[in-house]
Design a protein around this ligand. Sequence first.
Ligand code: NAD
Ligand code: ISE
Length: 338
Amino acid sequence: MTLRIGIIGCGGIGQEHARRLHVQLPGARVVALQDLRRDTALAFNEQAGLRARVHERMEDLIASPEVDAVLVASWGPAHEAQVLACIDAGKPVFCEKPLATTADGARRIVEAEVAAGRRLVQVGFMRRFDAGYRLLKQTVTSGAIGAPLLAHCAHRNPAVPDSYVGDMGITDTFIHEIDTLRWLLDDDYANVQVREGRKTRHAHAGLHDPLMVTLQTRGGVLIDTEIFVACRFGYDIQCQIVGETGAASLPEPMSVTLREGGRQGGAILMDWKRRFIEAYDVELAAWLADTAAGQVSGPTAWDGYLASATAEACIRARRSGAIEPLETMARPALYDPR
Ligand code: NAD
Ligand code: ISE
């Protein structure tokens, strides 16, 4: 079975995913594109040789009988309306993170899916599909380090564009840790705290960088994360879980250790696109298989809602300087573990 996919948002990751689906993975063809900047969609269609239909409006792409499923890779603030339109049309939709930029927006998506009576949405939390994170989860779950007590994480980007401002360190970047640590520890969050320290002189005017965030799970585990998006030295993702009898760390990406010129060392990746490249492949292959089988087993709208609600609590905590409790709606039965 070949699924006919429509892509909304043909920028950086929209183009990566389109190529992945159309060229690399079996079982899919990209048949439709739409972007707020029509020229971007037209140019990409031409350059990638897709021969897809380029729609003016997202509503037309979603309603098209030529489209079986939709991938949303537009800017975060546009996701809510686009995902709601897919649910309304009864079409499976893969939505890049964040599911919505507010907890209320994500709650509306959850409510629409519950009203539709079936899961249609998968959220692009690709770290759940990364071989390193999967090994780490297996290790923690096996009991090899005893009960988890603490986690230490870092999310470092070498640089971000001038359009990356305000709370994007939380809503755009840290949202990956928010989802991944919930999944790794199989625990939900109880409270959050955010602290701003000394600002790097490499961050642009609209950005306070780095930030330190502490999440506490309902089971009591404390998770500290350094968010440092103008760190200059690399795209560097760290995660260590400390348990009662040991500590387990996320494997580093493979790189050759060089001894040369009186030094020993290896390269650090500079581009986020390379760090999780295999994870994106596994993620989208799983989405295609699930879509063909009429199910969603990856990160759901509920996971997207909890991530957005946690990010919102972090923004409150950043303003107040206090430890803020996380209050969420009750989980609808549609999202009971399967
Ligand atoms: P980008 O700016 O490169 O591309 C976004 C595209 O969406 C642009 O071409 C823009 O014109 C288009 N767009 C914006 N609003 C639109 C609308 N209302 N309708 C149609 N098109 C619209 O951004 P990007 O880096 O590709 O990020 C896109 C999304 O993917 C974001 O939500 C981002 O957080 C997410 N992302 C996820 C990962 C990951 O690792 N999972 C990595 C990068 C980006
Ligand atoms: C980007 O949108 C991503 O999702 C990357 O994975 C993340 O590392 C980066 O900070 C975000 O801007």
